[in-house]
Design a protein around this ligand. Sequence first.
Ligand code: ATP
Ligand code: MG
Length: 315
Amino acid sequence: MSGSGYEGGGADSPIVIDVEFTETEEAEGMAPLDSIDEFSKAESGTPMDLPHSLPTPDGRARVVTVTNQKGGVGKTTTVINIGAQLALRGYRVLVVDSDSQGNCATGLGVDKSKVRTTTRDLILSPETAVDSRHATAVEGLHIIVGDRSLIGLEQEMLRQLGRERRMKDALKPLLPHYDVVLIDTPPSLGLVTINALVASDGILIPVQTEYFALEGLALLAGTIREVRGLLNGDIGVDGILLTMHSKTLLNQQVAGELLEAFPELVVNPAIRRNVRLAEAPSHGVPIHLHDPSSPGGKDYQEITTALERRWGLDR
Ligand SMILES: Nc1ncnc2c1ncn2[C@@H]1O[C@H](COP(=O)(O)OP(=O)(O)OP(=O)(O)O)[C@@H](O)[C@H]1O
Ligand SMILES: [Mg+2]
């Protein structure tokens, strides 16, 4: 952790909401990555270039975008639970939700209807950055809320100068006050996601171990290449997270292909499909406050430990 003290200015009181649970997904058994190696070795496909990331410069937060243009792969769940785990371990964490669905706020117990300053303000009026942060149900974890006001933002940004760098400029004064900034992105590779990538040191890519996973990655790899070439030459991939993983043959095969293609980038363990992870947001809390000993709770703990090492936080 870096040494500078955080004053907590501008953060509202947490408002923990409690809505009825409607999720019906099934929990399944364990499928550790170690047991996957023997599965399908990818034989076809052009090698895909996913550049590795660089260490974090001293004295400021590591900025990490969690992205995949495919919807529903576990981006938001990952941001909420890794952010919360890091905060639980004493790191100062800022979540920036750049998705108009605004699910990070819900999952972290923040009532969006009470929030006046959002990621839209951060991007359009960077001077509001300090005051756009809100406290969450987790101590040490702050959020800049995404909400419906982000709809149409990309159109408005088209008229602005330096439109790809606005989030980077806005976040800059906040970085010395945090250890990690996690940016959640919408399921698209539009201008808001580009802003997140330009602002970031690293990318975490949640991938559901289903058919088309590698095709989706190829599209993202192209965007990363463009961002590196034109806007942020230092950005690279911090890790690929296998999400909603279970023991089906398809899941195991896809996991095997990803491990084969990106042995150093795939983060161990795969995150199991677990209904407790899907339930937690309906209580406005991350998994460690809902059911830490559930399979999902344990997987996100282990993933966080692996990332602590990758990001050099444990030094
Ligand atoms: N490991 C898991 N096990 C079971 N359910 C999960 C798991 N991870 C996420 N979910 C559930 O799957 C759904 C999609 O997850 P999430 O919202 O995190 O994906 P996303 O990539 O952020 O989606 P979007 O692209 O719409 O932003 C949610 O209902 C979430 O609770
Ligand atoms: Mg999401």
